[in-house]
Design a protein around this ligand. Sequence first.
Ligand code: ATP
Ligand code: MG
Length: 721
Amino acid sequence: MDVSELIDGLNDKQREAVAAPLSNMLVLAGAGSGKTRVLVHRIAWLMQVEHASPYSIFAVTFTNKAAKEMRTRVEETLRMPVGGMWIGTFHGLSHRILRAHHREANLPEAFQILDTDDQVRMIRRLLKAMNIDEKKWPPKQIAWYISARKDEGQRPKDIQAYDVNEQLLLRVYTAYQDACDRAGLVDFAEILLRCYELLQQHPTLLRHYQQRFRHMLVDEFQDTNSIQYQWLKLLAGQENNMMIVGDDDQSIYGWRGAKIENIKRFLEDFSAETIRLEQNYRSTANILKASNALIQNNAERMGKNLWTDGNQGEPISIYAAFNELDESRFVVSKIRTWLNAGNALQDCAILYRNNAQSRVLEEALLQEGLKYRIYGGMRFFERQEIKDALAYLRLLSNRQDDAAFERVINTPARGIGDKTLSHIRDCARNESMPLWYAAKAVLEQKHLAGRAATAVARFIELIEQLDDKITELELSEQAKTTIEYSGLMAMYQAEKGEKGRARVENLEELISACGQYEPPIDEDFSSPLQGFLAYTSLESGEGQAQEHEDAVQMMTLHSAKGLEFPLVFMVGVEEGMFPSQQSHEESGRLEEERRLCYVGMTRAMDKLYISHAESRRLYGQEKHHSPSRFLRELPEECIEEIRIKTQVSRPVNSGRFSASVTHAAFEDSGYNLGQRVLHAKFGAGTVLNYEGSGAQSRIQVNFDDVGSKWLVTAYARLQSL
Ligand code: ATP
Ligand code: MG
């Protein structure tokens, strides 16, 4: 291929980076300025012009998706396969080195990777053996501690434990590491640290790799943590060339140990030149201007300018929804319009702050018959904690559900091990009966040892007592009671860190989903619970699109990094959601949230919708939020506010079944959803909801000063404003 082809489609600055003489280089630039494109072209340039062999190139990025895409883009640019080239993630490439040199790394040939769940199980076992109370020291929290230490490159011997708590953590870390080493197991953080130590302790090996990987390239460098940085530095040695590309404004993993300072360290440690790219090719002028204005509110920045010669584009539309249902219907209606105009669903993305937010959106898409695909996260009803809770509910409504039985019999752990279970399974098989009845039979025949028998008897009692407790309750109370009484909630509350919090939130969200569930009128279910279970199994199977199908892309803001879409929806942009509540509590987190908002907005190429809801039911609670401060930071000339008066409201529970507020009910009331009213005592507010009729009717108003209240309509004496 012609060399000019490699640089023709680039601007001057990009060309300068792609065609630079061999040296260390930082390409620092804002979103959509072509950093990833430069990296890909640089690889092609190295091969074409510098005659670098594919074996001498080492390119690292953060996700498998990005790594795969990078390889495809290099092959397309070069028009040939580059199989021998090392392109991968930090973990993937370290793992590869460890496999090749397992002996030197003191690992058995068939060493296994311990995933997070295995890791926690192992820690739990150790705690028991060490007589440490796992309620005080949740295994998840300890796993988090160990990974954080490893991310910093610290072994137990490197840690000074100043207080008794840390001494205890250190003891567990030591015991855990011994156990892993004995069993030939490595966890995720270990992969990197072990690879780093391997290279450090074996100079010949290190030299081999240093001599091989003459050209190193790293994308999204702003999100590297300490050990990743050290690892890169070691591999690069004195002679190799490294090009890193990144954007300090897009550093969003500080909460997981990433260090923006690594960019500055790189400049010093590698005496690198900086090239800045300033032209944005991705977004319309409006989107770009608004994103630039937003990020300028951060104090700690390396400073960049971005401009575009592209179209002004449409203004960013900001939709103030009444509640999360209204918000999701708005999003879906806009996607429908987009589709009807002849566009593809896959060109459109919905981005949210937390995984739990996806459920309402999934439901709305499903109702409208639109396919969707969730990236970097599981669909709501497929998440571990949700499946656990549903399994209890399934067993409660049908004792013959063996899969549900298997899932919950020892979750949370109640001392029923594999041996006991296989007893029960054998009995079920021999007698051709469901596991539940087999468990009872095994107990009666006294086939189990004392402790196992007690544990099984307790489990059976638990389910039967739960059944008694919930029969008379309404659906959301049934779910709540089950989740609490079974011990699931306590188990997940004991998990520390972001993930534990997310699981608890998801469970609360499940309770909330039960509250909103309306059994279909035309189907005959013996109870709302059965209707709900049928609906969840349908939903977990049907909604998500197949691999090849055109589908709306849904993901968290974190997983959207590096990607781009013509049409983007950012939902739930409210104080307390985004920026998140926690970000007020820790210093520096607010700026990280703003960077996340910048990442989200700059994913949009042509059109961006941002929405927020006045009231939102999430995690089982209804809350009122004001629009996010980030919205106030957007220049007025770039945005348009939309407020449509739709008659959308939450279903109101009446007894076991719920009925939704009808259009007519509202008309009866003489009020409109969203209408401004005045109350003698509470002042001005906005009508949010209405239920019942005549003298019994109640109205919900979100008062500007005192928040939301339900009032008896007849006594409220509201004045229209
Ligand atoms: P992010 O910070 O979000 O990762 P980035 O800086 O890596 O963004 P790219 O994804 O490489 O940006 O590029 C953004 C878009 O602009 C892509 O669609 C890319 O093909 C296009 N682009 C980049 N440079 C040029 C150019 N010189 N001419 C035309 N299009 C370009
Ligand atoms: Mg990129």
